[in-house]
Design a protein around this ligand. Sequence first.
Ligand code: FEO
Length: 396
Amino acid sequence: MAKQISPKVSWVGKVDWELTTFHGDELSTQHGSSYNSYLVRDQKTALIDTVWLPYDREFVARLKQEIDLNKIDYIVMNHNEIDHSGALMELMREIPNTPIYCTKKGEEILRGHYHQDWNFVNVKTGDTLSLGETTLTFVEMTMLHWPDSMLTYFDGDGGIVFSNDAFGQHFASESLYNDAVEQEILIYEAKKYYANILNMYSPLVQKKVQQILAMNLPMKLICPSHGIIWKENPQQIIDLYLKWADAYQEDQITIVYDTMWQSTRKMAEAIAQGIYEVSPQTTVKICNITHDDKNDVLTEIFQSKAVLVGSPTINYGFSFAIAGLLEMMKGLKLKKKKAGAFGSFGWSGEAVKLINEHLTEAGLELVNEGINKKWVPDQTMLDDCVAYGREFAKAL
Ligand code: FEO
């Protein structure tokens, strides 16, 4: 069902309560998501973005209930990943000549995905599209988070920003607006989304957000392509993005480990005890990477000032789950974070050294060379781990 969000704009997207993973299995989505599409009606009508492929027919059928498709004058594609462009084939079968406004890269991506010679109109930052009394203005958001990404600003109804993925969250809600949902979960989902999808582009986020703020545009609503619409104090998500993009950290240390026979787990807990003894005010989180959600673990790391990674040595290396974590950490391009490694071993003991190498490659600053214990740690070895935790906390 379409929902009117302002006098000239209706939401015509799809709320996906069932979604549990996104980008294949790369990103967990414990609170579902939505694919937001918007219809902007003045003397001319523009449709902004569509929805994910599995919902293409449902989307077009519901759109027909809202408007005669032939009355859609323009389609604006802010970003052409399949979660937003997936319904285009179904829609374009009905209105094949409708112009599609997108960036040059957007056209390349749409051609690469759908292999159609649609009526593309390339736009760049500052280009406008008149809808009659009101105007859409396009702002390229290159690499936030794809090369084609852009934002569309609508100057009617007090100013509406259609930001696509930026400012989004994977969060299903029937009520659409930020003031009608549980705040703690909403902000966590926005943070998790930023940490896992946008953090690597933080320098660009800072630059682009400053550029948009310098335009001094009224913003009554910020309408991303996933999750809720920022209606109550929309500035809050801009402020959060500026904070998150600036090497964000809280007074938190995250300890992530994998374990085979509990030795590495015992070491993790002893290290946590040592940190607590020196710095009781610091939030210490212990995560088992094979049991905990990897994207939640990455969000914990994102908001930490330091991270300790532990693994038993297996097959002269570290565990596959720690390997995945280290690869994902590298992709996040974390800034100004300290790190350490720990592990248990039976005979060769390479894990700690190898984890150190990967942490360094991921751009984290090693506090020391780490701690490695043979076989099952006894109380003396655990005392060493407590002492290690104390020294680690003191060195931050
Ligand atoms: Fe929501 Fe980058 O697609």
